[in-house]
Design a protein around this ligand. Structure first.
Ligand SMILES: NC(=O)c1ccc[n+]([C@@H]2O[C@H](COP(=O)([O-])OP(=O)(O)OC[C@H]3O[C@@H](n4cnc5c(N)ncnc54)[C@H](OP(=O)(O)O)[C@@H]3O)[C@@H](O)[C@H]2O)c1
Length: 223
């Protein structure tokens, strides 16, 4: 398990450790390439080999683009996008060398369109989804599976601060169970819940002028 806060990692380890599993945690800021490389080296040393990596770290925020936002955009891109690219840079050549491996990236259905108030988050997730899609096409020739998971709203620390409506929000244990099942079923991509997936599909195929009218209406209601 990898995250920055080692106290929380230690307490999670206590919660989930059993006689049958072997859990290690490493404190790492995924936006820092050197820390990612050190994490890979430690994990390889501890386990002998790495078969699967689940790249889930992410940061969300509401952003107003009429306020200077360069630093925030660089920071969120650093976590959401480069957090995945940093490990891709290390793990894709490693998995290619082994002729197998599984690289699971967590994106979001927020990748589908630019939503008002979420320009930074949406663009980081659009970048993540494209990167994973290209990687899937390339890495399948080397026996490596690249999977994209796109959750809808899940009740976590990330969404607790949101004031806007979050249709079909799901509790995090249920979301974790669904993702676990999808990873084991060897799907290449998985979006959930189905209602949000359907909504995002419709948004995707809507002609731009119609989407733009809807997006502007949302602003008029002050959300
Ligand atoms: N919740 C939703 O509705 C929703 C919807 C779609 C997609 N997602 C995606 O699902 C993933 C998990 O989100 P969540 O809702 O569980 O958010 P969360 O409750 O805020 O958890 C984020 C996790 O990422 C870790 N993290 C953040 N920045 C990091 C960094 N620089 N380096 C290493 N770890 C870092 C955090 O640990 P530390 O703070 O200890 O580092 C924490 O474990 C994210 O990629 C998010 O974009 C969430």
């Amino acid at each position: 398990m990898v995250a920055r806060n080692s106290e929380r990692l230690a307490s999670l380890k206590e919660e989930i450790i059993t006689a049958d599993n072997n859990i290690h945690y490493i404190s790492c800021d995924v936006s820092d390439y050197d820390q990612c490389k050190a994490t890979f080296d430690i994990a390889k040393e501890e386990f002998g080999s790495i078969d699967m990596a689940i790249l889930n770290a992410g940061a969300g925020l509401n952003s107003i683009l009429s306020i200077p936002h360069l630093e925030t955009a660089q920071k969120i891109m650093g976590i959401n996008y480069f957090g995945i690219v940093n490990f891709g840079n290390i793990l894709f050549p490693y998995f290619k060398g082994k002729g197998k491996g599984e690289f699971i990236g967590v994106s979001s259905m927020a990748d589908v369109r630019g939503f008002e108030g979420s320009g930074i988050y949406c663009s980081t997730k659009a970048a993540v989804s494209s990167y994973l899609e290209s990687a899937r096409a390339e890495m399948r020739h080397h026996g490596v599976r690249v999977m994209t998971i796109k959750p809808g709203f899940v009740d976590t620390n990330m969404t607790k601060k949101n004031k806007h409506p979050m249709p079909f929000i799901m509790d995090s244990p249920k979301a974790a169970r669904l993702m676990y099942k999808a990873i084991n079923s060897r799907k290449n991509s998985y979006s959930f819940p189905w209602q949000t997936h359907l909504g995002s599909y419709i948004l995707d195929i809507l002609p731009d002028p119609i989407y733009e009218i809807l997006a502007t209406m949302r602003g008029k209601f002050g959300q």
